[in-house]
Ligand binder design. Structure first.
Ligand code: NOJ
Length: 550
């Protein structure tokens, strides 16, 4: 089938279902709630939705532990509500992509239950190893969430591998039967009408033969043996050839620790097996590899990450662009300033919305939601956060530990969306499943709708502009003044038009600078973040977009 690559003209909205909008009053976000908000999402200029997992799940990792791949959880409204949302989206000309989580399942999945009892054909669906002498672990790999990557199962009398939580056993993708199951899942949803998949940690699915000890790295032990593993391209090619190529769909692969160079092995438009990747470098301007190793925010690191991906992919591949998702704290609390919430939110929006790629917006990002700041660690629920809190930095003072959680936990971005300043922030009429950020009285959709100068309206204007200008889709990217620690300046150029984005990341006035060849006197200021007319200096976190036509 000829690839239309329609995703290049789109902007996506990510829904993390539990916290988006409750439609039936049980306190948990659901698809009825989504249905109520489709017009809102459309009004942002978004053309599609990525749903974090909606499948039946015990919820050990908020749905990333799947117990049944071919159904929708009853708490989200089941298949009936899903069909209604899918139809509602398609009727609006919008697309829907599902989260495909096949590195692991829930330990409550029927396959695992049968595998632990050695019932065929499930016996080798997972990665089982006998204990070594004295009960020793099969190797020294670490999971990302809960200590060792191995857990002993009394039923089978062997260890199973889990690269994430204990309740998330890894599938054995080397088993052709497992790959057939993946293809069945893909076909099931594509036949139902979905438009593509975001593939959870898909670069982890092929583990190195022999599962060797890792004697090198102090962190992420084992990762060099399972990230981009020996058969990864073979398996992805198989999924593409046998299923994906037969549908008009796209794939977006989550890829921890991938460089632009390596990404081309996956997403080069001529040879790749998938369409776009979620890279993590753009999330590391204020940390060392993970949010749990925080550093001071460096604009230069952020610019470098963005630019490196733009330069290396230009003309060869197309990628997704993002600032937030459900796995990281809120971006204003990290790269911006809560004191200049609207201003820094706008600068961040302009920093990525005019790059080449398909932008994704995470629920609540468009209204500038900030990190939740509870007064007790006991309120955190995320499996990774609970582990970190009980196993790391336990000698720190209570205040320091709370600060660390606020700064690093994924729960900081998982509180319910703040729709209005009424009870429960308009999220539910019942008791919310999770805490609501008390700042909902100031930060909510209703209030932003009523203020023409709000961040929400800025997102709308920027997206509209992005879609109206070919130079944003196809222009050549160039970063200017890259050593400047306070300004992010980049241009996009086509033979007949060019665009310049200038964003200040400072709380103080900054001298405005234009690169050679970009004279504001003969260009047009087409977007600005302050409503008062532009000065010859930049105000705190000011963002401007200029445009020239030949
Ligand atoms: C990445 C997902 O985005 C995250 O939320 C999840 O916990 C892990 N993969 C494990 O599935």
């Amino acid at each position: 089938m000829e690839r239309k690559r329609w995703y290049k003209d789109m902007v996506f909205y990510q829904i993390w279902p539990r916290s988006f909008k409750d439609g039936n009053g049980d306190g948990m976000g659901d698809l009825w709630g989504v249905l109520e908000k489709l017009d809102y999402i459309r009004s942002l200029g978004c053309d599609g939705i990525w749903f974090s997992p909606l499948y039946p799940s015990p919820g050990a990792d908020c749905g990333y532990d799947i117990a049944d791949y071919m159904d929708i959880a009853p708490e989200f409204g089941g298949m009936e509500a899903f069909r209604a949302v899918l139809e509602g989206l398609h009727a609006r000309g919008m697309k829907l992509i599902m989260d495909l989580v096949v590195n692991h399942t829930s330990d409550e999945h029927e396959w695992f239950q049968k595998s632990r009892q050695r019932i065929d054909p499930y016996t080798d669906y997972y990665i089982w190893r006998p204990a070594g002498p004295g009960g020793a672990l099969p190797n020294n790999w670490q999971s990302h969430f809960e200590g060792s990557a191995w857990e002993f199962d009394d039923v089978r009398g062997e260890y199973y591998m889990h690269l994430f939580a204990i309740k998330q056993p890894d599938l054995n993708m080397d088993n052709p039967l497992v790959r057939e199951e993946v293809k069945k899942i893909l076909r099931f949803w594509l036949d139902l009408g979905v438009d593509g998949f975001r593939e959870d940690v898909i670069t982890f699915i092929s583990k190195k033969e022999g599962l060797p000890q890792d004697h090198l790295f102090p962190i992420y032990k084992g990762m060099r043996f399972y990230n981009h593993g020996p058969h990864i391209h073979e398996y992805l090619t198989e999924f593409k050839r046998d299923v994906l190529d037969h549908y008009d769909c796209f794939t977006l692969a989550e890829a921890p620790l991938v460089s632009p160079k390596r990404s081309l092995e996956y997403i080069d438009e001529r040879t790749g097996q998938i369409d776009m990747m979620i890279q993590f470098q753009c999330q590391c301007a204020d940390c060392f590899f993970t949010d749990w190793m925080p550093l001071k925010f460096s604009l230069r690191r952020m610019k470098h990450a963005f630019s490196m991906w733009q330069y290396k992919l230009q003309g060869r591949a197309w990628n997704m662009l993002y600032l937030e998702n459900h796995d990281h704290p809120r971006i204003i609390s990290r790269y911006g300033s809560e004191d200049y919430r609207t201003e820094s939110g706008k600068a961040l929006a302009a920093s990525y919305l005019f790059q080449q790629g398909t932008p994704f917006i995470y629920q609540g990002q468009e209204i500038g939601m900030t990190n939740w700041r509870p007064d007790s660690p006991a309120l955190y629920e995320d499996v990774q956060t609970v582990y970190q809190n009980t196993h790391r930095g336990t000698r720190k003072s209570a205040a320091k530990r709370l600060h660390a959680l606020w700064r690093s936990s994924r729960d900081s971005a998982r509180t319910p969306v703040q729709w209005d300043d009424g009870p429960q922030a308009g999220f539910t009429t019942g008791t919310p499943w999770f805490s609501i950020n008390p700042n909902y009285r100031e930060i909510n959709v209703n209030r932003e709708e009523a203020d023409p100068d709000s961040l929400l309206h800025f997102y709308r204007r920027a997206i509209q502009l992005r879609k109206s200008l070919r130079v944003v889709r196809d222009g050549r990217y160039k970063e200017h003044f890259h050593l400047n620690p306070r300004l992010y300046v980049y241009s996009r150029t086509l033979p007949a038009e060019k665009l310049l984005v200038i964003c200040s990341f400072s709380k103080h006035k900054q001298k405005i600078r234009f690169p050679k060849g970009f004279d504001p006197a003969n260009g047009k200021l087409i977007l600005q973040s302050y409503k008062e007319s532009a000065e010859d200096y930049l105000r705190p976190y000011e963002a401007r977009v200029y445009y020239w036509e030949k």
